[in-house]
Design a protein around this ligand. Structure first.
Ligand SMILES: Cc1cc2nc3c(=O)[nH]c(=O)nc-3n(C[C@H](O)[C@H](O)[C@H](O)COP(=O)(O)OP(=O)(O)OC[C@H]3O[C@@H](n4cnc5c(N)ncnc54)[C@H](O)[C@@H]3O)c2cc1C
Length: 389
């Protein structure tokens, strides 16, 4: 489609900002509309695998701008003993890094690139509340904080409004559902810990924990994931740490030390979107990121898929001559891959939280495998390259 095609992105999260930059790089003028009045640092850490970093590199966002810390392996440990089960290699065949970083650093880098791009306009404080289609394209209504309503019409709408997407609701797509899991996210000052732990995951019955350095190693991000009964309603902040220490009382003392040293823990109930909402069958609307396929963080791929989606949406529109064709190109490239990632997430969920006996069999199997054979399991995921325009 020609660069004069009107493009409207709803949501300025990782997916929406990446999509806007990708469209602008292809020569399209883009409007992004975001409901929040200010884009504040939300969330703690993220892992970005090589598949996502290749997209960011094409957009001019290299490792230095992301303040990330490179890892070569992820260490899987037994939750109870702390014994190493396996070192999972994460560097891609072409040498692209695997980073752990602070979500706010990624968002700031994307926002700085958006602000510097004359083809992109970002409007804050407008919530998308309705959608209608006509021969002119898709018209979206946005409600401002003062209650006034603005309408915008575009040929291509990118719905990047997150897991509880208003656009998906307006399109009649199924709502996200609670997964039954909760993530507790917390951070630890480098000064409060003996040494930077690299990327470590402790696996145990019904729960697991992941710790990794962010902010160029000045902070450690710690996430504890378990059943949502772990998050008792209305639990006071002071009681939370005590309750978490209790739930992890027989776990590796190194993990318990991290929980003790961490700042306040906030529960994040995890919802999922299944089946995928990316192809709503609506002309000119492409749903990306968590709005399309919010997935559990067991394979650390939610943001990575949002980044892949953003690039691919712009690629699909560039090579299409109609909105319908763009949606087809998008689905051709994304559907099978997203399905496979989802299957991998479900697999990790099963094997991470195994009870003691099957866990012993899992650990033995992993210990007997070579690093090369383990790396091959994830080659298809990390070696992905963005389609060329
Ligand atoms: C505990 C945990 C750990 C994770 N770890 C990783 C990891 O290691 N690696 C990884 O790749 N991913 C990880 N993820 C997933 C990742 O954070 C998300 O998948 C990713 O950030 C999704 O980005 P998004 O832009 O699609 O959605 P969001 O970040 O939710 O952005 C949506 C945006 O749309 C705006 N919006 C919403 N509704 C409207 C509306 N009606 N009108 C206008 N604007 C609207 C919102 O304000 C927001 O700015 C993790 C998630 C969790 C919970």
């Amino acid at each position: 489609m020609p660069p004069s095609t009107s493009i409207l992105v709803v949501g300025a999260g990782i997916a929406g900002l990446t999509a806007a930059l990708s469209f602008a790089q292809a020569g399209f003028a883009v409007d992004i509309v975001e409901r929040s009045e200010r884009l504040e640092a939300v969330g703690a850490g993220l892992q970005l695998s090589p598949n996502a970093l290749r997209v960011l590199a094409r957009l001019g966002l290299d490792r230095e701008r992301l303040n990330g810390v490179a890892a070569t392996t992820v260490t899987l440990r037994s939750g109870r003993s702390g014994r190493t089960i396996a070192e999972i290699p994460v560097v891609s065949a072409d040498g692209t890094a695997y980073l752990s970083l602070y979500r706010a650093d990624l968002q700031s880098a994307l926002l700085a690139a958006v602000a510097a791009d004359p083809l992109i306009t970002l409007t804050l404080g407008e919530r998308c509340t309705a959608l209608a289609q006509s021969a002119d394209g898709t018209t979206l209504s946005f409600t401002r904080t003062d209650g006034s309503v603005a309408e915008r019409t575009a040929t291509i709408v990118i719905a990047a409004d997150g897991v509880h997407s208003a656009l998906c609701a307006a399109l009649g797509l199924p709502a996200a559902v609670p997964s039954g899991d909760v993530a507790w996210r917390m951070t630890i000052d480098a000064a409060a810990q003996a040494s930077s732990p690299g990327i470590q995951a402790w696996l145990g019955p019904r729960r697991h924990a992941v710790a990794y350095p962010v902010q160029a190693g000045r902070t450690t991000n710690l996430v504890l994931i378990g059943p949502d009964s772990d998050a008792a309603a209305g639990m006071a902040e002071s009681a939370t740490k005590t309750a978490l220490m209790q739930r992890f009382r027989r776990w590796d003392p190194r993990l318990r030390g991290l929980i003790e040293a961490a700042g306040p823990a906030t529960p994040w109930p995890l919802s999922t979107v299944d089946p995928d909402r990316s192809a709503p069958g609506m002309d000119g609307v492409i749903v990306i990121g968590d709005a399309a396929h919010a997935m559990l963080p067991y394979a650390a791929q939610g943001a990575a898929m949002a980044i892949e989606d953003g690039w691919t949406a712009a690629w699909a529109v560039t090579r299409a001559s109609t909105p319908q064709e763009a949606a087809r190109h998008y689905a051709d490239v994304r559907t099978a891959r997203l399905k496979r990632v989802r299957q991998r997430v479900a697999f990790h969920r099963r094997v991470y939280h195994l009870p003691a006996l099957p866990a012993a069999a899992r650990d033995l199997t992993l210990r007997l495998r070579s690093a090369e054979s383990v790396a091959r399991d994830l080659g298809w995921l990390y070696d992905w390259t963005p389609p060329e325009r």
